[in-house]
Design a protein around this ligand. Structure first.
Ligand code: RIB
Length: 293
């Protein structure tokens, strides 16, 4: 079973600040660091660090070589990444003293996927292979339709949530990985059990993994509902914690682990990620996660 991730690749400019800047205010940052990130790239790297074989498809701009190099460094197959004219996707991320962040996202090359590139990428995969998606690239509805036609197992992390997702036929999704806020945006409910009930009603065949911050996570399918607590860690930067969870959950699932084991491994991995600055670099290697277990 192969994994294709059609997703974003961003250069993250991370500013450490005393507090998140308010409207009309100017503040001095304590530091600025540049990291490789993007929900797509982070999730591919998490899969690779967890030991899975993953192909990433996406677009980078003229200054995006560091994103390609990062794929190669961690063993993500980058043959389906194209370099185009113009800027790569990038973000401006503020991280405050409580490790809270806020992000401005510039789509850049991530918003320039072509239908030809999408069809070519998907044509290299077979029925039952996994397609992983987030919502930082253009034409998500088309990607879902083509992949469903091919019989792929489609995993969607609907993040960041916006109206574009309303154009997608979400009944074609095999597994959702989402947080409480995205769960509320999709279901119209705020209580986690109500979110899960609505998702079960709307998408009865889909597996759902709902992360609940400090309250842990829940796995639900047609037969089971399983809960997992968090592994406490001193948080310095929560960026990519959700991406780490997603990558490790899918990698464990590919290994044939039970949903309980998948949740536990993913929770361990994301507890390590929050204790480090940055995105890709904060994602732990498989050995570190296994040592904790
Ligand atoms: O999920 C974290 C990621 O979201 C960051 O790396 C940033 O690029 C934004 O896309």
């Amino acid at each position: 079973m192969k994994v294709l991730n059609i997703g974003s690749l961003n250069i993250d400019y991370v500013y450490k600040v005393s507090h998140i800047v308010r409207g009309g205010e100017t503040i001095l940052s304590d530091s600025m660091q540049t990291f490789c990130g993007g929900k797509g790239l982070n999730q591919s790297i998490a899969l690779a660090k967890a030991g899975a074989s993953v192909y990433h498809a996406g677009m980078i701009g003229e200054e995006g070589d560091m994103l390609l190099d990062t794929c190669k460094k961690y063993g993500v197959n980058a043959d389906l990444i194209q370099k185009i004219e113009g800027k790569s996707g990038h973000t401006i991320i503020q991280v405050d003293e409580n490790a809270q962040n806020c992000i401005i996202l510039y789509g850049g090359a991530n918003q320039k996927l072509t239908r030809e590139m999408i069809r070519d990428s998907i044509s290299q995969f077979d029925q039952g292979d996994i397609l992983l998606l987030q919502n930082e690239v253009n034409d998500l509805a088309y990607i879902i339709d083509v992949a469903a036609e091919r019989g792929m197992f489609i995993v969607l992390n609907p993040s960041p949530f916006n109206d574009k997702l309303k154009e997608c036929d979400l009944t074609k999704i095999s597994m959702f990985l989402l947080n409480e806020i995205e769960g509320e945006q999709i279901s119209g409910e705020s209580d986690p059990d109500n979110i899960l009930n609505v998702l079960k009603e709307k998408f009865p065949k889909a597996r759902v993994i709902l992360t609940l911050g400090e309250k842990g996570s829940v796995y639900q399918d047609q037969d089971y509902k399983i809960r997992q607590g968090i592994f406490p860690a001193k948080a310095v930067d929560t960026t990519a914690a959700g991406d780490t969870f997603t990558g490790y959950f899918i990698a464990s699932m590919i290994e044939g682990r039970t949903p309980e084991e998948c949740l536990k491994t993913a929770s361990y991995a994301s507890s390590i990620a929050v204790s480090r600055m940055g995105a890709v670099e904060s994602i732990p290697m498989r050995d570190e996660v296994m040592k904790l277990k």
